[in-house]
Each structure stands twice: as C-alpha cells, then as structure tokens.
Design a protein around this ligand. Structure first.
Ligand code: WT7
Length: 571
C-alpha cells in the first residue's frame, strides 16, 4: 500500500497557514464572532439557534432535515427556535430552573432537538442518554445526576425504574402516551398549548450545559460536565476542521447520546448556521449512501467502524449512487485504518480526515486539518490553541518517536469542568499541568501524532466506549456466573468486540444455551453494545493478591502474547 503522505486536493479550505496561526492564535480572539462579546450574556441556544432565527437572511433556511425509515421532516431555524421556546415554557411551568438536570432518553427525532434547546434556554443541564441503554444503565445515570425531568417515549419508559429515582419529578412522553396509570406529561399537548415566546435565561460562560456519561476501567460510568464556554471551540473547529460554509449540507452520523452527536451533531453545525441532516434508524450501506445522495450531503463526519463496513460492501455499491456533492469527509472514535483512507481515495475520490478527541475534551484536539497533508494512520496535529505532548507517568515530556501517555496542556475552552459528584476522579486526570488521556501514542519528528492503544482496560467497540467493570458487574448478577473478567478482542470491522471470561457456580454446567442466556442477560440488562460477543468458561479468573482482575493477562492469553510481569498474580 502507498503510505506516502497525501496532500490536499482542494484549495478551498480554511487555516492554510497552520504554523503561523498556531503562533498567533489566542482563544480569546474567537470571542469577537459572538454577540455575547458585546452583551456579556450568553446561551448556546442563542448562538446556535435563535441568532439565525432572528436574522431575516437565515430564519427560513432549513436547519434540520430529519430522515428515518418511517418519517421525514424539515425544520427551519425559525421553526426550531419557536418549538424550543415552547418547550422551555413547559419546563418553566413545571418549576425547572437554571442548573437543574433534565435528561433525554429517546431516539433521534425533531422533538429531541427542540427539547434539547428548550433545556438550554432555561439554563438547565441537558443529559442525553443513548436509546439502546437498558434499565441498569438508565438507573445509574439518572440516580447519579439526580435528574428532575426525563423526556422519553412509550417504547423506552419500561426501562426507567421510576420508583428508584426519588429526584425524578416529571416524566414527559414524546409520541403516544402509555396508559399504564403513570403520571406522565404529554409533550405534544403541552407544547401545543405553550407560548412560542420565551425570555432566554442568560447564563455565564462557565455555567453548566451538558452532562455525558462515559466509562472508565473501574467503577460506574462518570458524568462528564460541560459548560457553555465550549462553544468557542465548537465554532473554531467547525471552521478549521469541518470546513463549514454557508451552503453546506452537513451530516454527522453519531447519536446525541454520545459526545460526537452533541458537539458535532448539534453545536458546531448550527453555530455555523448550516443545514444539518439527522438520520434515525440503523446502519446499512444502502441507507447511508441513499442519505448522502438524497440530501446532497457535502460534509460528512462518521466513524471508522461504519467506513470499514462500507469497504466490506465494495466500491460497486457506492458507484450506483450520485455522491458528487460530497466534498469533505471526517472520522472519529477509533483508529482510522490506512487501508480505509486508501479505499476512500479510490471510492469517493476524497481524503478521509481522522480526528482525535474524547468525551472529556468536549471538542476536537488533534486532527488532520483539511489544509495539511495526511499521513495515513496518524491522528494528525493539534489544532491552534492546543498543546499536545507525549509524557511519562510523572508528566515529563518525552522526545519524538517515543511511546508514552498522550497528554494535553490544561485549559482549553471545551474541556470538561467536573466529573459530576466526583472531584477526586476529576483531579486524577491531571499530572503536572497535563490532562492525561489514557491513550498511548507517539509523536514523529514532524509533529504528527500516532495512536497506539489504550493504557487502561477501556474497550472501544464500534467506536463506543465500554467499561469492563460495568459488564463484569452485570455478568456476576447472573445466578450461573461466579466471577468474570472482560476484555476487548481485536475485530476487523468493529475494532474490538467484547469477550468475557467467566467461572460458573457449582450447580451449573457449560452449555451453548446457558452462554447465550448469559449474553442476553447482559444485553437486556445493560445495553446491546455492552453485551459480550464471546464468552469463555474458565476454572478461575486471574487476579492480583489484592483481588483486582488481571484483564491484561486475559488479553495476553487470548492473543497468544507473552504474559509479561505476573509477580502480583494471586497463587
Ligand atoms: C477514546 C475516547 C469524542 C470522540 C468519540 C469517542 C478513542 C477517539 C480516536 C482516533 C484513535 C480514537 C481513544 C479515546 N479515539 N478518537 N481518531 N483514533 N482512537 O469518545 O467515547 O470519549 O472515547 O476513543 O481511545 O481516548 P469517547
């Protein structure tokens, strides 16, 4: 394969002078693009939505194109602004105030986005939950955040253990309201009856906006807390990395339950006032090509796992669609294989730009800028305003080509401000002024960063982050399972799949039916993407003397690698 760097094919990109901009750029300078620079008052919902709804040139522009197998809808900036005003009035009527947590647990739909902005307009903190979560995952997040309101649907309400959520005051149902004697609020009825005028609750840049839960290698999922100030970076990267222009039709395939689906599925495109395609339903190559063709998508942000599936379905399939509008492609979530970039060049006649960042970082940090040459397999270079380095465990910078912790100099606009209710966890991310990502990487002599893997046991399956502890905890809830250790096992399309090693309780013997029952138990208790695709029964699970599961050893066994230092292994 041709591993030569690929230079830009398109001269029409921003930030041509990367080095020069890095030298002079200050985050404060971006402020002048925003009206709050004059007023001192801010709200993401104003900058991303109402600002365009007030402007006679953009108020009737299509903000949102919703496309799902069973429904299509379009909303102008003005319409979306009014519906979110109405929803903000509904929240006000029920006593919701600035700082309260309001959660959304529903599939993507136009109502989701109106409700989301309504939450921001009242100054509350939005908590979007991925629709595939099952009861335990929902319970953990609503309990930890002490959410007051949940917006959900008839299909999903059964997974909400209302009696175990003392802080949950109201449940708002979008669509058909269940007739199970529950005390529900009907979204449509309330919104229809509400005024479309709302006095925006202006907040401070450092006030809370968003709570995304994410997994680590230990403990329950953590609430990553983001503030309105993040918009500065969403705006800047929308220009530099997404290269958004007025007439673009943009599509980000991520669900808003994950940070890509908010930062780049909501904020960046709408801060730039572009038309945003939202697609519901599951992935199939034909559906996705059809979406690109039908709406003449010009800028597309997706994930390696999806691209790999397109590759496996062949270039022929792609050739039957008109994708001539497409001019810019980006990827995030897992390593982007060089082979996929090569395929993209042949199939789309476009470069695929890898971008690296995390739930905690709130926005892109290390990217393949449109104006820079791409080195296939590299995540790219830090954007202006970001200092990235490879550091050792004490936070000392390492020289080029040496592997270590990928770290970012503390203090960028979109960085998380708290781990909800867990200050010591928040502190643990920082060493010697560096935010330490948990990824290992190296930097070459020319400043390109190369991802090498996770340093902890976090699993990345199809771009979704899964904590082994959560899966292990669920596994041992099953009566047959005594102990469990969970690892990520490399997989050509999904990046990694979840493999569980278990020991069985005395009364049980291994049968294919039992293993399937255990798999379904995790799937229905936690979520489909967290269910192990492989389960292997062992006589014992390796543990340290202090009782920690040695996942690293399980992984070495699985991959047939040397087992390394096992001196802490229990007898
Ligand atoms: C972890 C963060 C916010 C992006 C969506 C995932 C991995 C992310 C890349 C990339 C290799 C990547 C890292 C990171 N990751 N982007 N371009 N190349 N790995 O956010 O769920 O918070 O996961 O995803 O391991 O630490 P997340």
């Amino acid at each position: 394969m041709d591993m030569q760097a690929i230079a830009s094919k398109n001269g029409n990109f921003n930030l041509k002078d990367y080095e020069g901009t890095r030298e002079t750029f200050r985050w404060e300078d971006v402020n002048k693009h925003f009206t709050w620079n004059d007023t001192g008052k801010v709200n993401m919902a104003y900058e991303a939505l109402d600002r365009h709804a007030e402007d006679s040139k953009t108020k009737d522009k299509i903000a949102l194109i919703y496309s799902a197998p069973e429904r299509e809808a379009k909303k102008t900036f003005s319409e979306l602004s009014k519906e979110s005003n109405k929803f903000a009035n509904v929240l006000k009527k029920y006593g919701i105030e600035k700082g309260d947590r309001v959660f959304l647990f529903m599939p993507r739909s136009p109502e989701f986005y109106a409700a989301f902005f309504g939450i921001l307009k009242i100054g509350a903190v939005a908590g979007p939950l991925f629709e595939a979560f099952m009861e335990q995952a929902v319970r953990d997040r609503l309990q930890d955040s002490e959410a007051k309101v949940l917006i959900t649907t008839k299909e999903l309400i059964a997974r909400v253990p209302q009696e175990e959520l003392p802080h949950l005051e109201k449940v708002i149902i979008v669509g058909e309201v269940p007739d199970d004697q529950g005390n529900y609020i009907d979204y449509k009825e309330e919104v229809d009856g509400a005024s479309d005028q709302f006095d925006m609750v202006w907040v401070d840049l450092e006030d809370g906006m968003l709570l995304h839960y994410t997994s680590g290698s230990t403990g329950k999922p953590k609430g990553v807390y983001h503030v309105h100030n993040a918009m500065i970076q969403h705006y800047a990267t929308g220009e530099w990395v997404l290269d958004l222009k007025e007439d673009d039709v943009y599509w980000c395939t991520a669900d808003p339950g994950w940070v890509t689906g908010t930062s780049y599925g909501i904020f960046a495109p709408w801060l730039h006032g572009v038309t945003n395609v939202i697609r519901g339903g599951r992935f199939t190559p034909d559906d996705w090509y059809h979406t690109l063709e039908k709406y003449q998508v010009s800028v597309w942000y997706t994930a390696p796992t999806a691209l790999r599936m397109l590759v496996s379905h062949g270039e022929e399939k792609l050739r039957s669609y008109d994708l001539t509008a497409l001019r810019h492609l980006m990827s995030v979530g897992e390593p982007l294989n060089p082979e996929v970039i090569t395929w993209g060049l042949a199939a789309f006649n476009l470069r695929i730009h890898d971008t690296w960042w995390m739930t905690e970082t709130g926005a892109q940090l290390i990217v393949n800028l449109p104006a820079l040459e791409i080195r296939p397999g590299s995540m790219g270079k830090p954007i202006p305003g970001i200092e990235a380095a490879i550091v050792d465990n004490e936070g000392n910078e390492l020289p080029p080509n040496q592997m270590g912790n990928l770290a970012i100099k503390e203090g960028w606009p979109a960085m998380m401000r708290q781990i909800w209710n867990n200050p010591s966890k928040y502190e643990s991310y920082f060493i010697n002024g560096w935010y330490v990502s948990g990824d290992s990487a190296y930097r070459d002599e020319d400043g390109y960063f190369w991802f090498q893997g996770r340093l902890d046991d976090v699993i990345n399956t199809s771009g979704e982050r899964v904590g082994p502890f959560e899966v292990e905890s669920k596994l041992i809830e099953h009566p047959a399972v005594a102990e469990a250790g969970v690892i990520g096992k490399p997989h050509p399309e999904r990046g990694e799949i979840i493999k569980a090693f278990i020991t069985l309780n005395d009364k049980y013997t291994e049968t294919p039916e039992l293993l399937e029952e255990i798999r379904v138990f995790v799937k229905t208790g936690l979520s489909a993407h967290a269910a192990p695709r492989e389960i292997e029964v062992k006589d014992s699970i390796p543990k340290t003397r202090s009782g920690k599961i040695m996942r690293r050893l399980l992984k070495s066994w699985e991959l047939g690698l040397p087992t390394g230092d096992t001196s802490t292994l229990e007898e």
